[in-house]
Design a protein around this ligand. Sequence first.
Ligand SMILES: O=c1ccn([C@H]2C[C@H](O)[C@@H](COP(=O)(O)OP(=O)(O)OP(=O)(O)O)O2)c(=O)[nH]1
Ligand SMILES: [Mg+2]
Length: 152
Amino acid sequence: MKMKIRGFEFVTKYADQGLDLPHRETEHAAGYDLAAVETVHFAPGEIKLVSTGLKAYMQAGEVLYLYDRSSNPRKKGLVLANSVGVIDGDYYGNSGNEGEIFAQMMNITDHAVVIEAGERVTQGVFMPFLVADGDDNVTKTVRTGGFGSTGK
Ligand SMILES: O=c1ccn([C@H]2C[C@H](O)[C@@H](COP(=O)(O)OP(=O)(O)OP(=O)(O)O)O2)c(=O)[nH]1
Ligand SMILES: [Mg+2]
C-alpha cells in the first residue's frame, strides 16, 4: 500500500457501508467533492450541519479548506453559512467525534429544501499554511471536537 500522506477516510459509523471516497471530477480540479452521508431537510432560513461521514488526514503545516459549490445558491437555495470551513490537521481522529467533517449549510429560500444522501454539497481543497513569528506561544491544548470546542 502507498504511504499515507493526505486523504479522506470514513468515520467508524460509515466505514463498512461500501461508500465511495471523495474524488476530483476532472484532471486539474482542485476540489474533492464531498457528499452528504445522510438525507437532510431544511426549513426556510434553517442552518444545519450536514455530515460528510468523512475525516481528513494531512501533513503538519497543511489544512483542508471546505468550500461551497458555486452551483448551490442558485440550484439548491443553499449556502455554506460559515463561508469557508477550516479543517485543522489535529481535528482528525479527535476523541470527541473522530474528526467527522460537517458542512454548515443554510437554506436561503422561503421554501423547504432537501439534500439527499449521496448528493455532493461542498468541495475540499488541501493547502499549505504559514505561521507567524513568535509562534512558540501556541497553546498545547488537544482538540476534542469542533464548532466551538475550544471555547468562546
Ligand atoms: O465547516 C467546518 C468548519 C470546521 N469544522 C471542524 C474542523 C475544524 O478543525 C473544527 C474547528 O473549526 P473552527 O476552528 O473553524 O471552529 P470554532 O468555532 O473555532 O470551533 P473550535 O473552538 O472547536 O475551534 O471544526 C468542520 O467540520 N466544518
Ligand atoms: Mg477554532
